[in-house]
Design a binder for this molecule. Structure first.
Ligand code: AMP
Ligand code: MN
Ligand code: MN
Ligand code: MN
Length: 279
Protein backbone atom coordinates (compact mmCIF):
# COMPACT_ATOMS: atom_id res chain seq x y z
CA UNK A 1 0.00 0.00 0.00
CA UNK A 2 1.33 3.44 -0.97
CA UNK A 3 0.74 6.03 1.70
CA UNK A 4 1.60 9.54 2.75
CA UNK A 5 0.66 10.78 6.22
CA UNK A 6 2.03 14.33 5.95
CA UNK A 7 1.02 16.75 3.18
CA UNK A 8 0.08 20.42 2.80
CA UNK A 9 -2.54 22.24 0.72
CA UNK A 10 -3.46 25.88 0.09
CA UNK A 11 -5.16 25.85 3.48
CA UNK A 12 -1.66 26.49 4.82
CA UNK A 13 1.48 26.83 2.71
CA UNK A 14 0.96 24.25 -0.02
CA UNK A 15 0.53 24.80 -3.75
CA UNK A 16 -2.53 22.65 -4.54
CA UNK A 17 -5.96 23.17 -3.04
CA UNK A 18 -7.28 20.30 -0.92
CA UNK A 19 -9.32 18.71 -3.71
CA UNK A 20 -6.54 19.14 -6.29
CA UNK A 21 -4.10 17.55 -3.86
CA UNK A 22 -6.34 14.50 -3.43
CA UNK A 23 -6.66 14.09 -7.22
CA UNK A 24 -2.91 14.52 -7.65
CA UNK A 25 -2.18 11.96 -4.92
CA UNK A 26 -4.57 9.43 -6.43
CA UNK A 27 -4.17 9.90 -10.19
CA UNK A 28 -0.60 11.13 -10.58
CA UNK A 29 1.00 9.45 -7.59
CA UNK A 30 -1.09 6.31 -7.28
CA UNK A 31 -1.50 6.58 -3.51
CA UNK A 32 -3.94 4.46 -1.50
CA UNK A 33 -3.98 6.29 1.84
CA UNK A 34 -3.25 9.92 2.71
CA UNK A 35 -3.54 12.44 5.52
CA UNK A 36 -3.88 16.18 4.97
CA UNK A 37 -1.80 17.87 7.68
CA UNK A 38 -1.92 21.61 7.12
CA UNK A 39 -0.17 23.92 9.55
CA UNK A 40 -2.41 25.00 12.42
CA UNK A 41 -5.75 24.71 10.63
CA UNK A 42 -8.58 22.25 10.14
CA UNK A 43 -9.96 24.31 7.26
CA UNK A 44 -9.09 22.06 4.31
CA UNK A 45 -10.22 18.75 5.78
CA UNK A 46 -13.84 18.68 4.67
CA UNK A 47 -13.02 19.45 1.03
CA UNK A 48 -10.12 16.98 0.99
CA UNK A 49 -12.17 14.24 2.59
CA UNK A 50 -15.05 14.71 0.13
CA UNK A 51 -12.71 14.60 -2.88
CA UNK A 52 -10.75 11.64 -1.52
CA UNK A 53 -13.97 9.68 -1.31
CA UNK A 54 -14.81 10.57 -4.91
CA UNK A 55 -11.48 9.36 -6.26
CA UNK A 56 -11.30 6.25 -4.07
CA UNK A 57 -8.49 7.38 -1.78
CA UNK A 58 -8.50 6.46 1.91
CA UNK A 59 -8.33 9.67 3.89
CA UNK A 60 -7.20 10.56 7.42
CA UNK A 61 -8.03 13.94 8.98
CA UNK A 62 -4.80 15.58 10.11
CA UNK A 63 -3.15 18.75 11.31
CA UNK A 64 0.43 19.87 11.93
CA UNK A 65 0.64 22.03 15.04
CA UNK A 66 3.46 24.50 15.65
CA UNK A 67 4.54 24.10 19.27
CA UNK A 68 7.30 25.23 21.55
CA UNK A 69 9.76 23.02 23.40
CA UNK A 70 12.99 24.26 24.97
CA UNK A 71 12.74 27.49 22.98
CA UNK A 72 12.43 25.71 19.63
CA UNK A 73 9.50 25.35 17.28
CA UNK A 74 8.59 21.66 17.18
CA UNK A 75 5.90 20.36 14.82
CA UNK A 76 3.36 17.86 16.11
CA UNK A 77 1.19 16.05 13.58
CA UNK A 78 -2.24 14.93 14.73
CA UNK A 79 -3.72 12.02 12.78
CA UNK A 80 -7.39 11.02 12.71
CA UNK A 81 -8.45 13.98 14.79
CA UNK A 82 -12.11 14.94 15.03
CA UNK A 83 -12.22 17.93 12.70
CA UNK A 84 -15.17 19.38 14.64
CA UNK A 85 -13.36 19.34 17.99
CA UNK A 86 -13.75 22.76 19.61
CA UNK A 87 -10.70 22.69 21.85
CA UNK A 88 -8.45 21.83 18.93
CA UNK A 89 -10.14 24.49 16.78
CA UNK A 90 -9.55 27.06 19.54
CA UNK A 91 -5.88 26.11 19.83
CA UNK A 92 -5.50 26.40 16.05
CA UNK A 93 -7.30 29.76 16.08
CA UNK A 94 -4.88 31.10 18.69
CA UNK A 95 -1.90 30.01 16.63
CA UNK A 96 -3.35 31.59 13.52
CA UNK A 97 -3.63 34.91 15.42
CA UNK A 98 0.02 34.56 16.46
CA UNK A 99 0.94 33.99 12.81
CA UNK A 100 -0.80 37.20 11.73
CA UNK A 101 0.93 39.25 14.45
CA UNK A 102 4.27 37.64 13.57
CA UNK A 103 3.81 38.45 9.87
CA UNK A 104 3.64 42.18 10.66
CA UNK A 105 6.91 41.90 12.59
CA UNK A 106 8.58 39.87 9.83
CA UNK A 107 7.58 42.56 7.32
CA UNK A 108 9.06 45.25 9.61
CA UNK A 109 12.33 43.36 9.86
CA UNK A 110 12.46 42.85 6.10
CA UNK A 111 11.76 46.55 5.59
CA UNK A 112 14.68 47.47 7.84
CA UNK A 113 16.81 45.09 5.75
CA UNK A 114 15.90 47.11 2.65
CA UNK A 115 12.89 45.12 1.35
CA UNK A 116 9.78 47.28 1.77
CA UNK A 117 6.10 46.42 1.22
CA UNK A 118 6.38 42.67 1.56
CA UNK A 119 3.45 42.20 3.94
CA UNK A 120 0.82 42.66 1.24
CA UNK A 121 2.82 40.61 -1.23
CA UNK A 122 3.21 37.72 1.21
CA UNK A 123 -0.48 37.89 2.06
CA UNK A 124 -1.33 37.48 -1.63
CA UNK A 125 0.49 34.13 -1.62
CA UNK A 126 -1.45 33.03 1.45
CA UNK A 127 -4.50 31.51 -0.21
CA UNK A 128 -5.89 31.06 3.33
CA UNK A 129 -5.20 34.51 4.85
CA UNK A 130 -5.64 33.08 8.37
CA UNK A 131 -2.45 31.04 7.91
CA UNK A 132 0.34 33.32 6.82
CA UNK A 133 3.62 31.46 6.78
CA UNK A 134 7.29 32.24 6.35
CA UNK A 135 6.86 30.29 3.10
CA UNK A 136 4.68 33.12 1.77
CA UNK A 137 7.37 35.65 2.62
CA UNK A 138 9.89 33.40 0.88
CA UNK A 139 7.66 33.40 -2.22
CA UNK A 140 7.35 37.20 -2.10
CA UNK A 141 11.12 37.67 -1.67
CA UNK A 142 11.74 35.35 -4.61
CA UNK A 143 9.18 36.91 -6.95
CA UNK A 144 10.54 40.39 -6.15
CA UNK A 145 13.99 39.19 -7.16
CA UNK A 146 15.52 39.76 -3.69
CA UNK A 147 16.62 36.12 -3.60
CA UNK A 148 17.13 33.54 -6.32
CA UNK A 149 14.97 30.79 -4.85
CA UNK A 150 12.85 29.89 -1.84
CA UNK A 151 15.61 28.07 0.00
CA UNK A 152 17.83 31.13 -0.24
CA UNK A 153 15.09 33.23 1.38
CA UNK A 154 15.21 30.89 4.39
CA UNK A 155 18.97 30.57 4.41
CA UNK A 156 19.60 34.33 4.26
CA UNK A 157 16.62 35.92 6.01
CA UNK A 158 13.72 33.83 7.30
CA UNK A 159 15.27 30.70 8.76
CA UNK A 160 15.53 30.23 12.53
CA UNK A 161 17.94 32.79 13.97
CA UNK A 162 18.33 34.67 10.66
CA UNK A 163 17.87 38.48 10.44
CA UNK A 164 14.13 38.42 9.63
CA UNK A 165 13.31 35.60 12.05
CA UNK A 166 10.70 36.49 14.67
CA UNK A 167 10.43 34.21 17.71
CA UNK A 168 6.79 33.31 18.34
CA UNK A 169 4.87 32.10 21.36
CA UNK A 170 3.51 28.85 19.98
CA UNK A 171 1.63 26.64 22.48
CA UNK A 172 3.76 24.35 24.62
CA UNK A 173 4.47 20.95 23.08
CA UNK A 174 2.54 19.22 25.88
CA UNK A 175 -0.53 21.37 25.18
CA UNK A 176 -0.40 20.59 21.47
CA UNK A 177 -0.20 16.85 22.23
CA UNK A 178 -3.10 17.13 24.72
CA UNK A 179 -5.28 18.94 22.21
CA UNK A 180 -4.63 16.25 19.59
CA UNK A 181 -5.31 13.41 22.03
CA UNK A 182 -8.39 15.24 23.36
CA UNK A 183 -9.71 15.39 19.78
CA UNK A 184 -9.35 11.60 19.52
CA UNK A 185 -6.19 11.83 17.43
CA UNK A 186 -2.82 10.12 17.37
CA UNK A 187 0.05 12.51 18.22
CA UNK A 188 3.08 12.14 15.93
CA UNK A 189 6.38 13.98 16.31
CA UNK A 190 7.07 15.43 12.85
CA UNK A 191 10.50 15.13 11.17
CA UNK A 192 12.66 14.65 14.33
CA UNK A 193 15.76 15.14 12.20
CA UNK A 194 14.98 18.75 11.40
CA UNK A 195 15.40 20.39 14.79
CA UNK A 196 19.19 20.53 14.85
CA UNK A 197 19.31 18.63 18.13
CA UNK A 198 22.95 17.79 17.66
CA UNK A 199 23.61 16.32 21.08
CA UNK A 200 22.14 12.93 21.93
CA UNK A 201 20.83 14.23 25.26
CA UNK A 202 18.88 16.97 23.45
CA UNK A 203 17.36 14.51 20.98
CA UNK A 204 16.49 12.05 23.74
CA UNK A 205 15.16 14.90 25.90
CA UNK A 206 12.66 15.79 23.19
CA UNK A 207 11.65 12.13 22.80
CA UNK A 208 11.19 11.72 26.55
CA UNK A 209 9.12 14.88 26.95
CA UNK A 210 6.99 14.02 23.91
CA UNK A 211 6.33 10.57 25.36
CA UNK A 212 5.53 12.03 28.78
CA UNK A 213 3.04 14.40 27.15
CA UNK A 214 1.18 11.50 25.50
CA UNK A 215 2.99 11.34 22.17
CA UNK A 216 2.55 7.98 20.44
CA UNK A 217 4.48 7.99 17.18
CA UNK A 218 7.37 9.67 15.37
CA UNK A 219 8.06 10.22 11.71
CA UNK A 220 10.74 7.68 10.92
CA UNK A 221 10.59 8.39 7.19
CA UNK A 222 10.10 12.02 6.20
CA UNK A 223 10.66 14.09 3.09
CA UNK A 224 11.77 16.84 5.46
CA UNK A 225 14.76 15.06 6.94
CA UNK A 226 17.76 13.43 5.37
CA UNK A 227 17.61 9.67 4.84
CA UNK A 228 20.33 9.15 7.45
CA UNK A 229 17.70 10.00 10.10
CA UNK A 230 15.58 6.97 9.25
CA UNK A 231 17.94 4.71 11.19
CA UNK A 232 18.31 7.19 14.05
CA UNK A 233 14.54 7.62 14.34
CA UNK A 234 13.94 3.90 14.09
CA UNK A 235 16.30 3.32 17.00
CA UNK A 236 14.61 6.09 19.00
CA UNK A 237 11.17 4.59 18.24
CA UNK A 238 12.35 1.24 19.55
CA UNK A 239 13.89 2.75 22.68
CA UNK A 240 10.85 4.85 23.55
CA UNK A 241 8.17 2.48 22.28
CA UNK A 242 6.85 4.84 19.59
CA UNK A 243 4.99 3.73 16.49
CA UNK A 244 6.53 4.76 13.17
CA UNK A 245 4.95 7.17 10.70
CA UNK A 246 5.88 8.18 7.16
CA UNK A 247 5.16 11.30 5.11
CA UNK A 248 6.58 13.37 2.29
CA UNK A 249 5.77 16.78 3.86
CA UNK A 250 4.68 17.67 0.33
CA UNK A 251 4.19 21.38 -0.35
CA UNK A 252 4.64 21.94 -4.06
CA UNK A 253 5.56 20.27 -7.33
CA UNK A 254 8.54 22.59 -7.70
CA UNK A 255 11.68 22.31 -5.61
CA UNK A 256 13.64 19.41 -4.29
CA UNK A 257 11.27 17.90 -1.78
CA UNK A 258 9.71 14.54 -2.63
CA UNK A 259 6.30 14.32 -4.28
CA UNK A 260 3.43 12.67 -2.37
CA UNK A 261 4.34 9.11 -1.49
CA UNK A 262 7.98 9.53 -2.58
CA UNK A 263 9.40 9.98 0.92
CA UNK A 264 11.12 6.60 0.89
CA UNK A 265 10.41 3.11 2.11
CA UNK A 266 9.66 2.25 5.69
CA UNK A 267 12.21 -0.31 6.96
CA UNK A 268 10.78 -3.81 7.24
CA UNK A 269 9.35 -5.01 10.53
CA UNK A 270 8.56 -1.63 12.08
CA UNK A 271 5.57 -1.06 14.34
CA UNK A 272 3.50 1.13 12.02
CA UNK A 273 1.31 4.01 13.18
CA UNK A 274 -1.39 2.39 11.01
CA UNK A 275 -1.91 -0.01 13.93
CA UNK A 276 -3.23 2.97 15.94
CA UNK A 277 -5.52 4.28 13.21
CA UNK A 278 -9.02 3.01 12.70
CA UNK A 279 -9.06 2.32 8.97
P1 AMP B 1 6.18 28.84 9.49
O1 AMP B 1 5.38 27.66 9.93
O2 AMP B 1 5.33 29.95 8.96
O3 AMP B 1 7.19 29.30 10.48
O4 AMP B 1 6.97 28.44 8.20
C1 AMP B 1 7.68 27.33 8.21
C2 AMP B 1 7.52 26.67 6.87
O5 AMP B 1 8.51 27.17 6.01
C3 AMP B 1 7.79 25.20 7.03
O6 AMP B 1 6.60 24.49 7.15
C4 AMP B 1 8.48 24.86 5.78
O7 AMP B 1 7.52 24.68 4.78
C5 AMP B 1 9.26 26.12 5.48
N1 AMP B 1 10.59 26.19 6.10
C6 AMP B 1 10.93 26.50 7.36
N2 AMP B 1 12.25 26.53 7.56
C7 AMP B 1 12.78 26.25 6.38
C8 AMP B 1 14.12 26.14 5.90
N3 AMP B 1 15.17 26.33 6.68
N4 AMP B 1 14.27 25.82 4.62
C9 AMP B 1 13.21 25.64 3.80
N5 AMP B 1 11.94 25.74 4.18
C10 AMP B 1 11.73 26.03 5.45
MN1 MN C 1 5.15 24.33 5.55
MN1 MN D 1 6.90 20.65 9.74
MN1 MN E 1 4.73 19.86 7.22
Amino acid sequence: MKLDLHMHSTSSDGELDPAELMRFARHQRGLDLVALTDHDTLGGLQAASDEAEKVGLRFVNGIEISSLWAGRCIHIVGLQIDRENETLARLAGGISAQRSARAVKIAEKLESLGFPNLYGKALKYARNPAIISRMHFAQALTSEGHVEHLQQAFDKYLGDGMPAFVPTLWPALADAVSAIRGAGGVAVLAHPGRYRLTEQWQFDGLMADFQQAGGQAIEVVSGSQSAQYTGICLAAAERFGFYASSGSDFHSRQGKRPLPGAQGEMPAGVKSVLELLKL
